[in-house]
Design a binder for this molecule. Structure first.
Ligand code: ADP
Ligand code: ZN
Length: 220
């Protein structure tokens, strides 16, 4: 089972990916998380990604694609993956298709979480994320039960350095010019599942589960 989560920064991909991957028993692969990990560990990959991430730009395809293809070829990915933050342009989508094709696999469904643009800015500017399990919270809309602590695992919450107004605007810009064309791309091949991303986290999760094709997805 190969699922892609598509949507703008702030659409709720990360939040939904964590719960959905658990429900559907898929390995959750978030390219943003992989880059942030590499940065924290000071690896060569992290160094390559740093300046792009700080500016809200896409990390070059050759770096990103290689990282993802390596990750998805690992044994734990055999039973299925949920991609979050990849592909982010047509070049990446093609590389992914080719790689899966060589393994006799293909993308099953692209879940596109649709949220109005004005809502995105608001969400991103109050965002707090768990350092341990990456669950996102919002200072106003979905605060943690205990300030600064993750409800799920007790981990420490932090604000991403690229969640400042300037960088958020750039990320949204990049999304609309480079990533949004993927909506048409996957719609043309009949794989797009458009989900209304407004409302509570649980409402959106339920919408996604209800919309996924019956039988193909075994939930716990
Ligand atoms: P968001 O979706 O909230 O903008 P992510 O955590 O998915 O945040 O990504 C953070 C940053 O990591 C991006 O702004 C970009 O610099 C880099 N990045 C993540 N995924 C990709 C990708 N598929 N291709 C290129 N760069 C990426
Ligand atoms: Zn946590």
């Amino acid at each position: 089972m190969y699922i892609i989560l598509l949507g703008a920064p702030g659409a709720g991909k990360g939040t939904q990916a964590v719960t959905l991957a658990q429900n559907l028993k898929l390995v959750h692969i978030a390219t943003g998380d992989l880059f942030r990990q590499a940065l924290e560990q000071g690896t060569v990959l992290g160094e390559k990604a740093r300046s792009y991430m700080e500016k809200g730009m896409l990390v070059p395809d050759e770096v990103t694609i290689q990282m993802v293809l390596e990750r998805i070829s690992a044994p734990d990915c055999q039973s299925g993956i949920m991609l979050d933050g990849f592909p982010r342009n047509l070049e990446q989508a093609r590389a992914l298709d080719d790689a899966l094709d060589k393994q006799g696999e293909a993308i099953d469904t692209v879940v596109y979480i649709k949220v109005p643009e004005e809502e995105l800015l608001k969400r991103l500017s109050g965002r707090w994320i768990c350092r341990n399990c990456q669950t996102p919270y919002h200072a106003v809309d979905s605060p943690p039960r205990v300030a600064g602590k993750c409800d799920r695992c007790g981990g420490e919450l932090y604000q991403r350095t690229d969640d400042n107004v300037e960088t958020v605007k750039k990320r949204l810009d990049v999304y609309f010019t480079e990533t949004a064309p993927l909506i048409n791309h996957y719609s043309r091949v009949g794989k797009l599942l458009e989900i209304d991303g407004k409302g509570s986290v649980d409402t959106v999760s339920q919408r996604i589960l209800d919309a996924l094709p019956d039988g193909k997805f075994v939930t716990r």
